[in-house]
Ligand binder design. Structure first.
Ligand SMILES: C[S@@+](CC[C@H](N)C(=O)[O-])C[C@H]1O[C@@H](n2cnc3c(N)ncnc32)[C@H](O)[C@@H]1O
Length: 226
């Protein structure tokens, strides 16, 4: 098959959950698609723009769902997979699934929750390390990099916790055990751009002892020291 007629799946970043942050280009791809796939909470954000068939994914049926999307592409239909935020920020498992089932994918950037956190905290991305724990893969190497960076203090860190076994308090306890200073400031941003958005600034020691659980939509920002 020549490249021009190879079917391509558009993976559209839909923003951090508030539909005001969907890009116009993403909106148009969704509206023009014959098939629109995504997790239920993601599709809900863009529901008013969907004209075609919806394929609702969950963690158990996602391969079957994406296989249906692949079949639609083979029939010459236009298909879109919606990704929360931007697929390049902690979206690799979804992109891999899309490639394995549909072949060629084209990424349409969206506004990531990580970018919103940068804006709220006033952080420059070029002075910041981004680490995600929100994945099924082993996180040991990421934990080591997190600890080295926070203890070194030369870069800001933005990190996504892992629901529910490596949430912000567990992350703080891990950092203290690795030698980070208890007085190190840290901010947890919850539900960015959504109803109930909150920012909690405290020390690592205070965070480690906090009993109240944060939302699964939380981002931890640890500013550098110099
Ligand atoms: C699998 S990651 C996907 C991130 C997404 N690709 C993005 O660019 O925002 C999901 C995690 O992102 C973070 N997240 C997503 N939306 C958020 C929001 N509105 N507020 C705070 N954190 C959010 C949370 O840590 C959540 O568990």
């Amino acid at each position: 098959m020549s490249l021009e007629i190879m079917p391509v799946l558009d993976v559209v970043g839909i923003g951090p959950g508030n539909s005001a942050y969907l890009t116009l280009a993403g909106r148009d791809l969704i509206a023009q698609a014959d098939v629109v796939a995504g997790f239920r909470t993601v599709l809900a954000v863009v529901a008013e723009h969907i004209r075609g068939e919806q394929v609702v994914l969950d963690y158990r049926n996602q391969v079957e769902g994406m296989t249906r999307v692949a079949a639609a592409l083979q029939e010459g239909k236009r298909a879109v997979l919606c990704a929360h935020g931007d697929a390049n920020f902690s979206g690799q498992e979804l992109v891999l699934l899309a490639r394995q089932t549909c072949g060629m994918v084209r990424l349409m950037p969206g506004i990531s929750s990580v970018q919103i956190a940068c804006a709220r905290a006033g952080l420059a991305m070029e002075e910041t390390l981004f680490i995600t724990f929100h994945k099924r893969a082993d996180i040991t190497n990421d934990q080591a990099e997190l600890a080295a960076t926070v203890v070194g203090g030369r870069r800001n860190v933005i990190t996504l916790p892992r629901p529910w076994d490596f949430m912000p308090a567990a992350l703080a306890r891990f950092l203290l055990a690795e030698g980070a200073a208890g007085a190190q400031p840290v901010t947890v941003y919850e539900r960015l751009t959504l109803e109930g958005e909150a920012a909690h600034t405290l020390t690592l020691s205070e965070l480690a002892e906090r009993a109240e659980e944060f939302s699964d939509l939380s981002i931890v920002v640890i500013p550098r020291r110099e």
